[in-house]
Design a protein around this ligand. Structure first.
Ligand code: DGY
Length: 338
């Protein structure tokens, strides 16, 4: 960890933690107002290290890799805000953060379109076997054009797309599907308003009906104890043998071992995964298969969007430390206007 060096002026500055590497210009800007403990080496902190680093700071910028719970906060007596650089916040124990009187924020909206674009890219790569085809060429296996002996995929146009989790990103995926002439069905904890359903031309169905009828299933729901293994052996068995499954939500929403079995036994056609149980480790059973497209949790990873995520997290942090309500405050009950 590095501490910003201008110690003379640092004496008057509030201390903050930047738990992972961020863009250097953003860090430099923060150092104008704060004494910054930064981690440009980008090594993931152990829970013990995180606890130590949070002690004595008034704000922290963190990511999904840092678990913020009662243990992490045990010595963080001065902490006012923990700002996630991520829309998902399953790394936050929100009740524990709230009990500690700390504001918790995330980065919604700024990544919606980038993530929906990626969901579609992963869907296309998976259904049309693009990465598998590339490996095939690189392995020198392409010796002729062939009607039947080339990687034959599944169409998107004219097919039914099933989206589980119809928040902002799910709706973004649905709107993209309209341009591909797909029929969109969805399942969500609560049904969308009539106007929102109309905007996405999406029909609400039960999870079972969605799994039985969709040609392509895209998962975009938040991770929680309730959504753990939303897709397991039973759910995979409901899917068509021609269906694809795309996970751009969180590892743990899919039972990766059960998925590997379904892919191996071809009870579903293919899967595209941006997130994994226990990532960055990937279940070795998945690594053996050619009918799965793997990506290293990059759905929001464009230069512009990652900068926007960092900027929004910093806006949240500055607002909280300046006595203002952060733009994307999760636990509003902690905020007390000054
Ligand atoms: C998000 O913002 O939730 C992305 O998945 C990155 O963690």
């Amino acid at each position: 960890m590095n501490t910003s060096t201008n110690t003379q002026t640092n004496a008057q500055k509030p201390k903050i933690l930047v738990a992972r590497a961020i863009f250097p210009e953003a860090l430099a800007k923060l150092e104008e107002s704060f004494e910054v403990r930064s981690n440009q080496a980008d090594q993931i902190l152990t829970p013990e290290e995180l606890k130590k680093e949070l002690a004595g700071v008034v704000g922290a910028l963190v990511t999904g890799s840092e678990r913020i719970d009662a243990q992490a906060l045990a010595q963080a007596k001065d902490l006012k805000i923990v700002a996630n650089i991520s829309v998902g916040y399953n790394n936050f124990d929100v009740p524990a953060i709230t009990t500690a009187g700390v504001m918790a924020t995330n980065t919604p909206d700024v990544l919606t379109d980038t993530t929906a674009d990626f969901g579609f890219a992963l869907l296309m790569a998976t259904a049309r076997r693009i990465t598998e085809s590339e490996h095939w060429i690189r392995a020198g296996k392409w010796d002729k054009w062939s009607i039947v002996n080339n990687p034959l995929g599944m169409d998107l146009h004219g097919s039914t797309l099933g989206i589980i989790g119809m928040g902002r990103i799910g709706q973004g995926v649905a709107k993209r599907a309209l341009g591909f002439g797909m029929k969109v069905i969805y399942h969500n904890r609560s049904r969308l308003s009539e106007a929102d359903e109309k905007a996405c031309a999406a029909s609400y169905v039960s999870k079972e009906e969605l799994l039985r009828t969709a040609d392509h299933v895209v998962l975009v729901l938040p991770y929680s104890a309730q959504s753990h293994h939303t897709i397991g052996e039973k759910e995979l068995a409901l899917m068509k043998p021609t269906a694809t499954l795309i996970n751009i939500a969180r590892g743990g929403i899919v039972d990766d071992l059960a998925l590997a079995k379904a892919l191996r036994e071809k009870t579903i056609f293919a899967a595209g995964l941006d997130v994994f149980e226990g990532e960055p480790s990937v279940n070795p059973e998945l690594l053996k298969l050619s009918n799965v497209v793997l990506a290293p949790h990059i759905a929001s990873a464009t230069e512009k969007t990652r900068r926007a995520m960092v900027d929004l997290a910093i806006d949240n942090l500055r607002a909280a430390l300046g006595g203002k309500k952060p733009p994307s405050l999760i636990n509003a009950e902690v905020f007390k206007a000054e």
